[in-house]
Design a protein around this ligand. Structure first.
Ligand SMILES: C[S@@+](CC[C@H](N)C(=O)[O-])C[C@H]1O[C@@H](n2cnc3c(N)ncnc32)[C@H](O)[C@@H]1O
Length: 270
């Protein structure tokens, strides 16, 4: 960072040496209660899906804006207005596993009430994905990214995993803001026909998944819980040759969402 290109909002007087700049002070104040957007792509997606982002920091604003011109010109102006520059040591102290693009931001987590209303809204135009007691944070992030890509209504998790855990947000590439992501108990699942995925079910190729479906997937270790099975309307299986035990959780979600979407006109994904 060159001293002449500082855009940290400190004004002509600037902070005295060793004092945090205003954006860094804002970061300190919000870090514990905000969602960390780590890297260019996470910030880009969050901007596209209208996340509220009170602070964004980089150690090289010119490089981030050049990347935006190249990869995402639609967010260039918003990034230019939002990004404050700070030195790399300060940024690394705030974000220990700093992304190679050297940019990070804090976003406001959407309210649980708003997410629950989105999950219950009818008529539903795309399924809700349920992860029943998932254990792997990377899988949860990958599923949120898939749900965003397919325009799913939301992703709900049961069990103890926090779907807004920083590692899940990292895996989701900022796409938590493109769908409704919440943790609920099995007894509080959104309404709609419950299609649960299990290798012992009926072949999915003969089953039409309706737009208002609740599509449930079991945990990596033990599959669907007894509580979820008891609520299931349709148990469906992905094609798999004998002797293969199961697919990875996130790839199972991908196949099921693709099956739902195929045969629908492209505009259904808008
Ligand atoms: C890694 S698998 C769980 C394997 C677990 N040992 C079990 O007994 O089911 C995670 C989830 O992916 C989904 N899944 C994996 N392979 C599947 C298949 N062939 N058909 C339907 N669902 C599948 C299921 O929802 C499953 O609970």
């Amino acid at each position: 960072m060159s001293g002449s290109s500082r855009t940290d909002g400190a004004g002509d007087r600037g902070p005295r040496s060793g004092e945090p700049t205003e954006p860094v002070r804002v970061w300190h104040g919000l870090a514990d209660t905000s969602v960390l957007l780590d890297g260019f792509h996470a910030l880009k997606h969050a901007l596209r899906f209208d996340a509220s982002i009170p602070v964004a920091l980089t150690s090289d604003k010119a490089a981030v804006l050049a990347l935006a011109q190249d990869l995402a010109p639609d967010v260039s102006d918003a990034l230019d207005a939002l990004l404050a520059e700070t030195d790399e040591a300060t940024l690394r102290a705030l974000v220990p596993r700093l992304h190679p693009t050297a940019v990070a931001a804090l976003a406001v987590r959407p309210s649980r009430g708003g997410n629950l209303r989105a999950l219950e809204r009818t008529p539903r135009v795309a399924p809700v994905v349920v992860l029943d007691d998932p254990r792997n944070l990377g899988n949860a992030g990958a599923v949120i990214r898939l749900a965003a890509g397919f325009g799913a209504t939301g992703v709900v998790t049961t069990g103890t995993l926090d779907p807004w855990h920083p590692t899940v947000v990292r895996g989701g590439a900022g796409l938590h803001f493109a769908t409704a992501v919440e943790r609920v108990d099995v007894g509080e699942l959104p309404k709609g026909p419950l299609f649960a995925l299990d290798a012992e079910g009926e072949d999915i190729r003969g089953v039409e998944i309706p737009d208002d479906a609740v599509l449930a997937f079991g945990s990596e270790r033990s599959g669907l819980s007894a509580e979820l099975r008891a609520r299931t309307d349709h148990l469906v299986a992905l094609p798999m040759r004998p002797q293969v035990s199961s697919y990875n959780l996130a790839t199972s979600v991908a196949m099921a969402l693709f099956h739902w979407s195929s045969g629908r006109p492209p505009k259904a994904q808008a």
